[in-house]
Design a protein around this ligand. Structure first.
Ligand code: PLP
Length: 456
């Protein structure tokens, strides 16, 4: 008779996060890391020799394909779809121009961004103007050029009334709506759906003879990985539109679902890589268009669908090349590298687990990668899997197109060049800054240059 094994006590299964310090325990068991020494056939080393390091590199092919994937996913389900590219995400003119060639409108949030769009040849009719602060002169320009203006507050409504009255003819406006869809809810922008202010402002606009309500807008967050949020968002906008259209004279011609779609990046808080957790454009499109197609006929006219993506279109199209400038070890023996690009150029390192790859081949180890700033928090990536770094190695940081260039800062270093890799070869989108570009804006009063009396 075989002896029965003693039963092990039941232990409830659990998943625990491996912290960086835990991962150091596996330091000895290295795996080979794949090197990254060229982008679309261009050797990264040569690019930095020719254009300097650090260097931003934009892939035109990736940019166009991310736009097309999103546009096709929505327009094949709901043909009346318009993408207004959210300029603030990255307003390098070359990037905006590529997206306009693809057919994108511009989504802007200030007079400065509005001017950029106009200088790129975009007419007012193809500009969506959002943001919580629009100056009266900017509103006047947007109204007179036929832009889509989404009002953010009662105060802005009052300003808009005055501006429209001065222009002497009715101006079209939409309203920004916020709703409790995610936690924490994005309730800074627009009028609350739940407390009925969204409906109240529709009523107030309809009573003004210089403003005409034409659309509803809701931008409810960024890096939203649950398509269900968009399903509820569009449901709510349609229900509000139906209610608003019961007010005499109101007809809603567009519903704008904002931006917020996730890119292939990975958040610091995510265990699994973004490439596997971020929904594909089809998933977002299915959620939104399914509702629209079922309910659009509840409105007086079939509404246009507007969306304002930023991150999901532009993030993966840009790379940041940088050079290892020194390699050190902490007192506890952890190796770390300092590279010549830090959070001055990469503010998204505060919340993304960026892909950081070396042009050197070799067995990988866990390396912390720091930037060159005089701040302990200048961390590009903790625990990057890299071959033992050496000064001069070229480190490529992937997926840096969203909110890095436009939020980069002049702190300690000047901004580097940005190049575009396109079908016609390499184009410089922005040359590297010089001392004069930055300090030339300043004025030093003559009296401060005089030596203090008594000094030599
Ligand atoms: C009104 C509005 N639309 C669109 C966007 C773009 O968002 P995302 O980059 O997450 O797509 C933003 C970003 O903050 C926004 O404020």
């Amino acid at each position: 008779m075989t002896k029965k094994k003693a039963k092990k006590p039941y232990v409830k299964p659990s998943i625990s996060r491996i912290s960086f310090s835990d991962s150091l325990k596996f330091k000895g068991k290295s795996s080979a890391s794949s090197s990254f020494d060229e982008i679309e056939g261009y050797p990264v080393k040569k690019l930095t020799e020719d254009f300097g390091s650090p260097l931003f590199v934009v892939s035109e092919a990736i940019l166009r394909s991310r736009y097309r994937d999103l546009y096709e996913a929505f327009s094949k389900r709901y043909p009346k779809t318009t993408i207004a590219y959210s300029y603030k995400t990255n307003y390098l003119s070359g990037i905006c121009a590529v997206l306009h060639q693809e057919g994108a409108w511009a989504e802007v949030v200030s007079g400065f961004e509005y001017e950029m769009a106009r200088r790129l040849g975009i007419t007012g009719e193809k500009i969506v103007f959002n943001g919580p602060y629009k100056k009266p002169a900017d509103l006047a320009r947007a109204f007179s050029e036929g832009a889509t203006v989404n009002l953010d507050s009662y105060d802005e409504f009052n300003t808009a009334k005055q501006v429209a009255e001065t222009l002497g003819r009715p101006s079209k406006v939409g309203i920004r709506v916020n709703m409790q869809l995610n936690y924490p809810a994005w309730d800074k922008f627009g009028f609350s759906l739940e407390d009925d202010r969204a409906y109240d402002i529709c009523r107030q606009i309809s009573q003004n003879k210089y403003l005409k309500l034409t659309g509803l807008h809701c931008h409810t967050g960024t890096f939203i990985i649950d398509p269900g949020i968009y399903r509820r968002l569009i449901e709510n906008l349609i229900s509000l539109a139906v209610k608003a259209e019961k007010i005499p004279g109101v007809a809603i011609s567009y519903l704008d679902i904002g931006g917020g779609f996730a890119s292939g990046n990975t958040l610091l808080s995510q265990l699994m890589p973004g490439q596997t957790t971020s929904p594909a454009p089809d998933h977002y499109a299915e959620a939104v268009c399914d509702v629209l197609n079922k309910r659009a006929n509840e409105l007086k006219n079939s509404p246009a669908l507007f969306m304002e993506p930023g991150r999901s279109i532009v993030d993966e199209s840009m790379f940041l090349l940088s050079k290892v400038v020194s390699v050190k070890e902490t007192a506890s023996g952890n190796r770390f590298a300092i590279i010549d690009a830090g959070v001055n150029l990469l503010p998204t390192a505060y919340y993304y687990k960026h892909d950081v790859i070396s042009d050197r081949e070799g067995p990988a180890e866990q390396v912390d990668v720091f930037g060159p700033l005089c701040m302990q928090i200048d961390v590009v990536r903790r625990g990057a899997s890299l071959p033992a770094p050496k000064p001069g190695d070229i480190i490529t940081i992937k997926n840096v197109g969203a909110y890095n260039f436009s939020q980069s800062m002049h702190f300690i270093f000047l901004k580097p060049a940005v190049i575009l890799l396109g079908s016609g070869g390499i184009d410089v989108l922005r040359r590297a800054e010089t001392y004069e570009d930055v300090k030339g804006l300043e004025n030093i009063p003559k009296r401060l240059l005089k030596a203090k009396s008594g000094n030599d």
